[in-house]
Design a protein around this ligand. Structure first.
Ligand code: C2E
Ligand code: MG
Ligand code: MG
Ligand code: MG
Length: 278
């Protein structure tokens, strides 16, 4: 696409910028009301445990229901990270997860672990762990059922801060998970320093690699290394039965992907999902 044309009038480039700015300000104008009006919805994507063939966890994923339109987090999260609003959304989703777990326990169903994504902005919030505790306590949910997902690349921002934060979360009793493992550049060195409970192998590892011996060797070694470190492994973005059988052979702990489940709105989440075998 042409960037700046000679003459410098309304070019495609400037039109794009203008459209982006408009979209951004429309999202920013609407976000506070959206939170008040409960337009942010928690979806849950179940994770299947390969040992039991049952659902043993789920990831909470936010959606924005704007009238008839469902807006994807990839559209608004970068904007909310830039303006700080993401912090409110993350706590809101964490609270929805606690409410869901409370409901499970009230119905005397063995709770699953729910993981919640937290943006990098929380790293600089001194009261982060206290706030999470407050929400979990409000609904009397044991901390271990709440799993904090931090994406791998967040960690490089401030390694010493992250080590402290994870220690703090850990000693409180929350489950700690490293998301998108392998998508960054020093994933391995990170594992050396950071005590997580769960490693989520990035979807990119499983795309178009099923016939590749090299990919299999890398995945197999990540799983074995995690086992030695007593870290559970989740494979993300699994879509085919070939991928599932490979991961079963390699003794991966859990699978999350469209092969088993797409994200389900919390209102449509039937507890039969956790009773069945897959
Ligand atoms: P993520 O944490 O890595 O979440 C997994 C993403 O992969 C989700 O996209 C999920 O719908 C998608 N996915 C799951 N299985 C498959 C599959 O088999 N194939 C394919 N192609 N995709 C699959 P989603 O929901 O659009 O979320 C995108 C990203 O937005 C998330 O990536 C996470 O980084 C962020 N995000 C979502 N919800 C929240 C939130 O409440 N707070 C924060 N801070 N970030 C969130
Ligand atoms: Mg995640
Ligand atoms: Mg992920
Ligand atoms: Mg990912």
């Amino acid at each position: 696409k042409a960037k700046v044309r000679s003459g410098g009038v309304a070019t495609d480039y400037y039109e794009d910028l203008e459209r982006e700015a408009l979209q951004r300000s429309s999202i920013e104008n609407k976000m506070n009301d959206a939170l008040k009006n409960r337009e942010f919805k928690m979806y849950l994507q179940p994770k299947v445990c390969l040992k039991t063939n049952k659902v043993c966890g789920a990831e909470a994923l936010v959606r924005w229901k704007d009238g008839d339109r469902i807006i994807s987090p990839t559209e608004f999260i970068p904007i909310f990270e830039a303006n700080g609003f993401i912090s409110k959304v993350d706590f809101y989703i964490f609270e929805q997860a606690a409410i869901f777990l409370r409901k499970m326990m009230d119905e005397e169903i063995e709770p699953i672990t729910i993981s919640i994504n937290f943006s990098r902005v929380h790293l600089y919030n001194e009261k982060f762990v206290l706030q999470l505790k407050g929400i979990a306590d409000k609904y009397k949910v044991p901390y271990k059922y709440l799993e904090v997902e931090l994406t791998e690349t967040v960690v490089f921002e401030n390694i010493s801060r992250i080590i402290d934060l994870i220690k703090d979360l850990h000693s409180t009793g929350f489950t700690m998970s490293m998301d998108d493992f392998g998508s960054g550049y020093s994933s391995l060195s990170l594992l050396k320093d950071i005590e997580v409970d769960v490693l989520k192998i990035d979807r990119a590892f499983f795309v178009d690699t099923m016939n590749s011996d090299r990919a299999r060797i890398v995945i197999s070694n990540i799983i074995d290394m995690a086992k030695e470190l007593q870290v559970k492994v989740v494979a993300e973005g699994i879509e085919t039965s070939e991928q599932v059988s490979m991961l079963k052979e390699l003794k991966c702990d859990m699978i999350q992907g469209f092969y088993y489940f797409k994200p389900i709105s919390v209102d449509a989440f039937d507890f039969d999902i956790v009773r069945k075998e897959y």
